[in-house]
Design a protein. Sequence first.
Length: 163
Amino acid sequence: MTYRVCFVCTGNICRSPMAESVFRARVAEAGLDDRVEVDSAGTGGWHEGDSADPRTVRVLEEHGYDGDHTARQFQASWFARRDLVIALDSGHLKALRRLAPTEQDAAKVRLLRSYDPAAGDDLDVPDPYYGGLDGFEECLEMVEAASEGLLAAVRDEVEGTVS
């Protein structure tokens, strides 16, 4: 059985493709890439078909991650094929839960930084789009920190469903 995780931000060109790339790398490092699928999308379709923001690509590639990406919009029908939908901020969380066709689907939506015990009460990953490269670096740091806890949670789910 394949476990599917989708990361969602606003336009799917900055935060969610960064989270997708980092988490996909963590999944591969853990030897789970044959059992876990990772993708991303945006709450809106403004950038559908576009590549990731060049600053996202630059930061990812400078840190050894894949920067290849094509933006798309999250659809309500996708809940049926996703086990976990990871929102990058509280606005995305609310939008996704409103979009969810059922309560069970709404329960699949979680904030990324909720998997980082050091995050405290501020669970939003700030949107780096309107700032400089340092905001993209900060975004990557937050994504990497939360990815460890997320990987542990997904591993528990995968091992629970496979055994």
